[in-house]
Design a protein around this ligand. Structure first.
Ligand code: ADP
Ligand code: MG
Length: 379
C-alpha cells in the first residue's frame, strides 16, 4: 500500500469484502466476531453497480472519514463498521489483536465490538498490523468533548461510571481465557534499589521532559527537578506487584460516550513508549485516567473560560469519585489484587512528564495542560 486509503476511494469497502474470502494473499486475518449482516448487504449493493467512482452505489459511496484529530486513518463503512488503517502499518508485536481476542473471550462489551484484524507478512518474514475492524458507535463523542462539557458544568456524576468502566476492563484483563490462560503475573524482583525498569523508564521521561521544555516552563521545571524525582521514588524498588495486560493509553479521549453508554477504544498501546512489557501494574492505567481528568480541567480553563478555582474543586471531586468507584467495583468483582495504590502518585508524575515530551515533539500547544497540572500541584 503506497498511499493512505481515503474515505470514498473504495479501498476500505474492498477490505471488508476481502475479509469474507478464504484466500487473502500476503494478508492474515484474525476474526473476533462476525461482521453485522447489514454490512454484507450494503457491500454487495455497493459493489454491483456503476462505472463512475463517485456515483451512489460505487464501492466508495458507503465510506466516510471522521472529522477529529487522529494518529491513524479511520474510515466508517455503511454507518456500521469502522476500519482503522494503521498509518504506516505497525510492526509486530502489537497489543490490539491479542487484547481484542482476550476481551471477546471474557465477554467484555464496553468497547466498540472487535470484528477482525488484518496483518501483512513481508518477504523477510516480518509481520505488520495493517487494519483493525470494529463496530461503529452512533453518536459517539470522545472525552475531550463530553468530559470538558462536564468540567464546564461542574458536574461529577460521570466519574463513578468512568471508574466502574476502568474496573470492568481490568477485571476482564485479569480473567483467564484461552488467549491469556495466565493473565495475572508478578513483577520480577528488582536487582538493586533504583534499578527497577519502571523507575528507569520514569526517570528517563523526567530527564527528557526537562531537556525538551524551554522558556519559563523549563525554568520552573528545572527548579523542581528534585521534587519531581522524589515523587518517582516509589518506583525504584517496588514490591511484588501483580501485573496484568493494561490498556496502556487510557485517557478520557479513549472513552467514547455514545447512544448506548460508554465505550473504551484504541488498544494500540502508548504511542510515547516503545518496547514496554505489555504486562504492567493496573495503577498505570488508573493514574493516566485520573490525570486526564486534570487535563480536561486545564482545557476547560483555557478553551472555555472556566474558573481555575472551580476547576480545581471539580478535578479533585471527580478524581476521588472515579477512584472510589473503581476500587469498589474491582473488589465487588473479586479482583482487588491487581491494584497496588503505592505506585499511583509516581505513575501520575511520570505521565505528566510524558505529556510534556509529547507536547515538545508533536503538539507544542498541548504543553499548557501538563504544565497547568504540575504548577497547581507544586505551587
Ligand atoms: P487514534 O489511534 O488515531 O487515536 P482512535 O481509535 O482513538 O484513533 O479513534 C479516534 C477517534 O475516532 C475517536 O476519538 C472517536 O472520535 C472516533 N472513533 C474511533 N472509533 C470509533 C467507533 N468505533 N465509533 C465511533 N467513533 C469512533
Ligand atoms: Mg485514540
Amino acid at each position: 500500500m503506497d498511499t493512505v486509503p481515503e474515505a470514498g476511494d473504495g479501498r476500505t469497502a474492498a477490505l471488508l469484502t476481502a475479509l469474507t474470502c478464504e484466500k487473502t494473499g500476503p494478508f492474515a486475518v484474525r476474526h473476533f466476531r462476525p461482521l453485522p449482516d447489514a454490512i454484507h448487504e450494503r457491500l454487495s449493493i455497493d459493489t454491483q453497480s456503476s462505472s463512475s467512482p463517485q456515483a451512489p452505489g460505487a464501492p466508495g459511496a458507503a465510506e466516510r472519514g471522521f472529522d477529529v484529530d487522529q494518529t491513524n486513518r479511520s474510515v466508517v463503512v455503511g454507518e456500521r463498521v469502522v476500519v482503522k488503517w494503521l498509518t504506516p502499518p505497525a510492526p509486530f508485536p502489537q497489543p490490539a489483536p491479542e487484547v481484542f481476542a482476550h476481551l471477546t473471550a471474557t465477554g467484555f462489551t464496553a468497547t466498540a465490538t472487535p470484528y477482525a484484524s488484518v496483518s501483512r507478512r513481508a518477504a523477510d518474514g516480518s509481520e505488520s498490523l495493517v487494519a483493525l475492524v470494529t463496530a461503529y458507535l452512533p453518536g459517539a463523542r470522545d472525552g475531550w468533548e463530553w468530559c470538558v462539557d462536564e468540567a464546564v458544568a461542574g458536574t461529577t456524576a460521570f466519574a463513578a461510571d468512568l471508574g466502574a468502566l476502568a474496573a470492568d476492563l481490568h477485571a476482564a484483563m485479569a480473567t483467564p481465557s484461552p488467549v491469556l490462560p495466565d493473565p495475572v503475573r508478578r513483577a520480577a524482583p528488582v536487582p538493586a534499589a533504583g534499578q527497577s525498569p519502571w523507575w528507569l523508564r520514569a526517570e528517563e521521561a523526567l530527564r527528557e521532559a526537562l531537556a525538551l521544555t524551554g522558556g519559563e516552563d523549563g525554568d520552573w521545571l528545572a527548579a523542581r527537578a528534585g521534587t519531581l524525582r522524589a515523587a518517582l521514588a516509589p518506583l525504584s524498588s517496588p514490591g511484588p506487584v501483580p501485573l496484568i495486560r493494561i490498556h496502556g493509553d487510557l485517557h478520557v479521549g479513549q472513552v467514547l460516550r455514545w447512544r448506548d453508554g460508554y465505550a473504551v477504544i484504541d488498544f494500540d498501546g502508548n504511542p510515547t513508549v516503545t518496547g514496554a512489557d505489555p504486562f504492567q501494574p493496573a495503577a498505570r492505567d488508573l493514574a493516566q485516567l485520573t490525570t486526564s481528568l486534570e487535563h480536561v480541567g486545564q482545557v476547560a480553563i483555557l478553551r472555555r473560560g472556566a474558573s481555575p478555582s472551580e476547576i480545581a474543586g471539580w478535578a479533585a471531586a471527580s478524581r476521588a469519585a472515579l477512584e472510589g468507584a473503581y476500587r469498589e467495583r474491582l473488589t465487588a468483582l473479586g479482583h482487588a489484587a491487581p491494584l497496588d495504590r503505592s505506585l499511583l502518585g509516581a505513575f501520575e508524575i511520570e505521565q505528566e512528564c510524558r505529556e510534556l515530551v509529547y507536547a515538545a515533539r508533536h503538539l507544542p500547544r498541548w504543553r499548557y495542560a501538563p504544565m497547568g497540572v504540575l504548577r497547581s500541584r507544586y505551587p
